[in-house]
Design a protein around this ligand. Structure first.
Ligand SMILES: Cc1cc2nc3c(=O)[nH]c(=O)nc-3n(C[C@H](O)[C@H](O)[C@H](O)COP(=O)(O)OP(=O)(O)OC[C@H]3O[C@@H](n4cnc5c(N)ncnc54)[C@H](O)[C@@H]3O)c2cc1C
Length: 283
């Protein structure tokens, strides 16, 4: 049971959402944006969060965008992970979404909710980081577009009162050969020990991780090492693991030394698959 009362609002447009947010804030209701509600409700139930109103974004048509008819793939923040997977519009994101929580939760969790989550994994951010995505937001000043690298530094850093409307990725990246390897401690359905996502764009390997550190990671130095054709795979993987050593997570899922071991093996396996032309490779 949620131990406090709150208002529920379901605006039909970006503008209406911004206006309602402002009104609720001025009324001292401490409003929050609401996607699938799974995190908000579970945190409220255990007393880790309080709010006087939620603003459900799922009836806003712009937040339900699902389109790849032009040069970009556009995905609304109000789409569920399951809708994204079934759409097959961005296969790497679909594969990633299909390994977050279980299928029942995938039908609830939204793209926007995963990106804005306080839980450290935010796995849906990985394919978007690899694809140099654009994040479209809504708020009092209307629609704005940001490069993901400018507003997703470790976690989503949106200006106050703005919400994610949709994400866009060039088709060149959305349709690129890719890898998705999620390693968990025990069960197949669990938070990641390490999730590794990668895509190959113009012959260059791009790579990003969740579970490795306390935030999703894409690192250009690591990519340069992995793409260095002058050294063998073992040394490239060792070099990349060494470059990331300072941020490796140490928690009940695994020690930093174990994560480094798993990381190195995963990297060697990806490099060997590329050499053997086994891409796209889905695991
Ligand atoms: C059983 C379970 C297993 C999980 N496993 C994984 C996992 O393996 N990997 C992983 O990455 N995550 C995992 N998660 C975390 C999950 O992805 C997040 O909790 C996510 O926030 C839930 O999405 P939601 O749409 O339900 O968010 P909500 O509960 O609606 O919102 C979460 C946060 O996002 C904000 N928000 C929502 N939509 C928007 C928007 N459009 N713009 C701006 N802010 C917004 C809300 O204000 C709130 O702060 C798991 C969660 C559960 C419950």
């Amino acid at each position: 049971m949620i131990p406090f009362d709150f208002e529920y609002h379901r605006p039909a447009s970006v503008r209406e959402a911004a206006v309602v947010y402002r009104q609720l804030e001025e009324a001292g209701k401490a409003p929050v944006w609401y996607g699938g509600g799974s995190e908000l409700i579970s945190m409220a139930r255990v007393g880790n969060m309080g709010f006087g109103a939620v603003i459900d974004l799922k009836s806003i048509p712009d937040c339900r965008l699902l389109d790849n008819s032009g040069d970009e793939v556009h995905l609304g923040a109000g789409l569920t992970l399951d809708e994204i997977r079934r759409s097959e519009k961005f296969p790497l994101l679909g594969q990633t979404a299909g390994r977050i929580a279980d299928h029942t939760m995938q039908c609830k969790i939204t793209l926007g909710g995963n990106l804005a989550s306080t839980i450290i994994y935010r796995e849906a951010a990985l394919p978007l980081l690899l694809g140099d995505a654009t994040i479209t937001t809504g708020g009092e000043k209307g629609i704005k577009r940001y490069r993901i690298r400018d507003i997703f530094r470790d976690r989503l850093q949106l200006p106050k009162r703005e919400f994610i409307v949709s994400t866009s990725v060039a088709r060149q990246y959305a349709e690129a050969p890719y890898f998705h390897i999620k390693k968990t401690k025990n069960e197949k359905i669990d938070y990641p020990l390490i999730t590794t996502t990668a895509l190959i764009a113009n012959g260059y390997l791009r790579i990003a991780f969740s579970g490795l550190a306390a935030y999703p990671v894409r690192d250009e130095v690591v990519e340069a090492i992995l793409n260095d054709q002058s050294i063998d795979f073992e040394r490239r993987a060792e070099g990349a693991a060494a470059a990331l050593a300072g941020i490796l997570l140490e928690d009940m899922n695994g020690s930093s030394a174990y994560r480094r071991f798993v990381l190195k093996n995963t990297l060697v396996s990806i490099l060997e698959s590329i050499k053997d032309a086994q891409v796209p490779c889905i695991r």
